[in-house]
Design a protein around this ligand. Structure first.
Ligand code: SF4
Ligand code: SF4
Ligand code: SF4
Length: 323
């Protein structure tokens, strides 16, 4: 059996022992991922331990409640009209899919394997890809990946155009209309809100804390550590349970790695499907596609400039609001 990282091991891995409570600032100019970083952290989720109690999902909501969107209504009419309002603000309690207010939900699987019934649960959230198309292709530079492997969306500059969701193989980011900078720019033409998703509790990591969902789980389903160690543990665990691994190669490799006693193809066949419910199919590395790679290379410098401009506009707007 693998042993979850203790808090001491975790802090030690981050170089934070002895500086408990130290807060490193979020990266001012986040690295746009062109290749995997060496110091990335990954999480390992052992599905054989998860009982589906939902404590992790509730902890995620509690830890992030202050960051959930509070939209202004009525929403400005959108042009072109094909751009749809996405409003979850009156459905915050929805817990069976991803929404701007649910960054983690528990998927449920039941079926038969080799004539034996199985029942499994699986916490679903952003996979924190090693080479994330959401960050590489955001036209505004609002989605980024840092050296710890955290992929996050800046709610200050995100215009809600949903490019990140379009290029994410699992359609993870979720849009809330009526919030964010687009309201102050061109509310009818630019974007439609802000995109939200798990940021692996980046602020808690900064403060030397575990992500809330990991800390809350009574069964230590999740552990976090340097990716190389997590990959080795995932492989060892899978070998021990004669199980299967998801996330090693999907989308070019992710920093969320699942180990299951049942093949992921079988889980995929038995899951409830629909928007906001990420699939479990194999995903090729998107940047093997030369067209996408070229698009990312073109987008990166432009997105950097656009992001800087949007941050300036946002600061000016906040300054004007406080006068
Ligand atoms: S990961 Fe842990 S807290 Fe979350 S549903 Fe599973 S057992 Fe419960
Ligand atoms: S899972 Fe989707 S949203 Fe998350 S890092 Fe990967 S591409 Fe981006
Ligand atoms: S890492 Fe943080 S933001 Fe992500 S699912 Fe867990 S609690 Fe939520």
């Amino acid at each position: 059996m693998t042993t979850p990282l203790s808090r001491r091991q975790f802090l030690g891995g981050l170089g934070l022992l002895g500086v408990a409570g130290a807060t490193a600032a979020l990266p001012a100019a986040p690295a746009r991922a062109a290749s995997p970083h060496s110091g990335e952290l990954a999480t390992l989720l052992d599905l054989s331990k998860c009982v589906g109690c939902g404590a992790c999902a509730q902890a995620c909501k509690d830890a992030n409640a202050a960051r959930f969107p509070e939209p202004k209504k009525p929403f400005p009419p959108m042009l072109p009209k094909r751009v749809k309002v996405e409003d979850w603000s009156d459905k915050r309690e929805v817990d069976d899919r991803l929404t701007p207010y649910t960054w983690l939900y528990i998927d449920h699987f039941e079926g038969q394997r080799d004539g034996q019934p199985f029942e499994l649960h699986m916490p679903r959230r952003c996979m924190h890809c090693q080479n994330p198309p959401c960050a590489n292709l955001c036209p505004w530079g609002s989605c980024s990946k840092d050296d710890r492997g955290v992929v996050e969306i800046d709610p200050v500059t995100c215009l809600g155009g949903a490019k990140c969701r379009d290029v994410c193989p699992w359609s993870i980011p979720q849009r809330q209309t009526g919030v964010g900078l687009y309201l102050d720019l061109l509310p009818r033409f630019a974007g439609n809100g802000v995109m939200y998703k798990c940021d692996r509790c980046a602020a808690r990591l900064d403060a030397g804390q575990l992500p809330a969902c990991i800390e809350a789980c009574p069964f230590e389903v999740q552990q976090i550590g340097p990716r190389e160690e997590i990959v080795a543990k995932a492989k060892a665990l899978a070998a021990e349970m004669h199980g299967f691994v998801y996330g090693l190669d999907e989308n070019g490799g992710t920093n969320t790695i699942y180990v299951s006693p049942v093949p992921f193809e079988t889980l995929e066949a038995s899951r409830a499907k629909g928007p906001g419910r990420p699939h479990l199919a194999a995903v090729e590395d998107p940047f093997e596609n030369q067209t996408l790679l070229a698009a990312a290379l073109v987008a990166a410098p432009l997105a950097g400039l656009a992001g800087a401009a949007l941050r300036t506009v946002s600061r000016m707007k906040r300054g004007a609001d406080h006068e």
